[in-house]
Design a binder for this molecule. Structure first.
Ligand SMILES: Cc1cc2nc3c(=O)[nH]c(=O)nc-3n(C[C@H](O)[C@H](O)[C@H](O)COP(=O)(O)OP(=O)(O)OC[C@H]3O[C@@H](n4cnc5c(N)ncnc54)[C@H](O)[C@@H]3O)c2cc1C
Length: 408
């Protein structure tokens, strides 16, 4: 999408732009939205306030930050996008959910018919629609190509039977992009189609939330029993969905939102906590050399990640470089994230051990026991164990890198 992005603005314009973003967030993000940002315990923030924030940003023309102007984006340079992310993280507003804006949106831009673009992109940009990702199945996770959820043509419809699992926020979604098997001929990859479901209140479709390790329902099981969808549900050609699926995964893995700005924010919070926490020997944690080494290393990893993310943002997706690079970003960012959450637990000590679900719930009004900074630390630690699994596990990313780079 980089070819339609504006040229980098002059330094004066950049500081004016930063101020404009800062001022807007200060007046537009209300207390509930900020609370949702502060209480983020997962990669996926609290649904309702986050979508409300999405719609507020859309009214300002800023929700679809990396999108080209023709599809409703602001036409910002990569630097402006970074500044926008940075200001959002500083202000503590929640990250926008990636499934529409940063995953299926770009895939529709690339593979959609003019009619599909017109029908689906405005609702993604505005936040009126939320899309769930129906890739994984109980027997097809890492080996995605072996998926068996089946769609069979019957008159002017496809009839879908099978199930999907780990479908994030499907219980909130009104739309779903879905991989289905439409042929068993040839290699498994050749019989897969990419469907766009424009409603989920269909007869035979059941969505059942799964409670995560942090105590919240985030992922879902989705069951299809003779679910009828129209023949124009395919994005791209029938049986050619694997190409679309891989293209989308590059966006998902390569930073569906800017990880580095988020990590810097987390590291700032850890430093504040370390400054106010005793080390048990009369000193402060922040002065402990082991803490300082771990902290410095994480800062350096975050800086390196940011440089890579900027390169990736400017890269044509689907190119020979973009696939392996997205896998590298996925591995390094998620390993860094896990190390950050480990350091936070070590710094917080026992106050992080109490799981306070009510105090964590946005809008509950329940005061936390102990310091508020410690409230999210353990749920984040637990939830982010999944970071090296979702979007394709780290082992699978290493396999992809080996195949695409080392065996060239
Ligand atoms: C929090 C979370 C959110 C998710 N959200 C979604 C979503 O919205 N939509 C969606 O479709 N899916 C989603 N997923 C599913 C995710 O994509 C899968 O969990 C992931 O691809 C791994 O598949 P699996 O769980 O079936 O594990 P398996 O494939 O059973 O793998 C088990 C273990 O074996 C290893 N392994 C498997 N094959 C190989 C191999 N060839 N070489 C080396 N090691 C191997 C894996 O690395 C892993 O450690 C989500 C998962 C999580 C945890």
């Amino acid at each position: 999408m980089h070819d339609t992005i504006a040229d980098a603005p002059a330094p004066d314009d950049i500081s004016a732009f930063r101020q404009e973003v800062r001022d807007f967030i200060a007046q537009a993000a209300d207390a509930e939205i900020r609370e949702a940002g502060r209480k983020m315990t997962s990669f996926f923030p609290s649904f309702e306030p986050t979508m409300r924030w999405h719609r507020i940003l859309h009214r300002r023309g800023w929700a679809a930050a990396p999108w080209p102007r023709e599809y409703g984006g602001p036409g910002w340079s990569v630097e402006q996008q970074q500044i926008f992310e940075d200001e959002c993280r500083r202000a503590g507003v929640p990250r926008l959910l990636p499934q529409g804006l940063a995953m299926v949106g770009p895939a529709i831009m690339k593979f959609g018919t003019p009619e599909q673009k017109q029908r689906f992109l405005p609702g993604i940009a505005s936040g009126d629609d939320f899309w769930a990702q129906g890739y994984s199945e109980p027997n097809a996770g890492s080996d995605l190509a072996s998926l068996s959820c089946r769609a069979v043509r019957e008159g002017d419809h496809y009839v879908i039977n099978g199930s999907k699992t780990w479908t994030t926020y499907a219980h909130h979604a009104n739309r779903m992009f879905l991989l289905v098997r439409t042929s068993t001929e040839g290699k498994p990859q050749q019989g897969i189609s990419f469907f766009l479901l424009d409603r989920l209140d269909l007869p035979g479709l059941t969505i059942r939330p799964i409670i995560g390790l942090d105590g919240f329902p985030e992922q879902c099981d989705v069951f299809f029993e003779n679910v009828r969808v129209p023949l124009d549900s395919c994005l791209g050609e029938e049986n050619k969905g694997w190409t679309v699926a891989k293209y989308l995964l590059e966006y998902e893995r390569g930073g569906s939102s800017s990880f580095a700005t988020h990590f810097r924010n987390e590291l700032d919070a850890i430093r504040r906590l370390a400054t106010s926490s005793g080390d048990g020997f009369g000193g402060r944690v922040v002065d402990d050399p082991v803490f300082q080494q771990r902290y410095a290393r994480l800062l350096m990893e975050t800086a390196a990640l940011e440089a890579t993310e900027v390169q990736f943002a400017a890269l044509e997706k689907g190119s020979p470089e973009s696939g392996p690079m997205s896998s590298m970003i996925k591995i390094t960012s998620m390993e860094t994230l896990q190390r950050i959450t480990e350091l936070a637990v070590d710094v917080a000590g026992t106050p992080s051990l109490t799981l306070q679900l009510q105090a964590l719930t946005v809008g509950s009004g329940v005061e936390p026991i102990g310091p508020e900074e410690a409230l999210t630390i353990m749920p984040k630690y637990l939830n982010n164990r999944a970071a090296s699994i979702f979007g394709g596990s780290n082992e699978i990313q290493r396999n992809i890198i080996a195949k695409l780079l080392l065996s060239r």
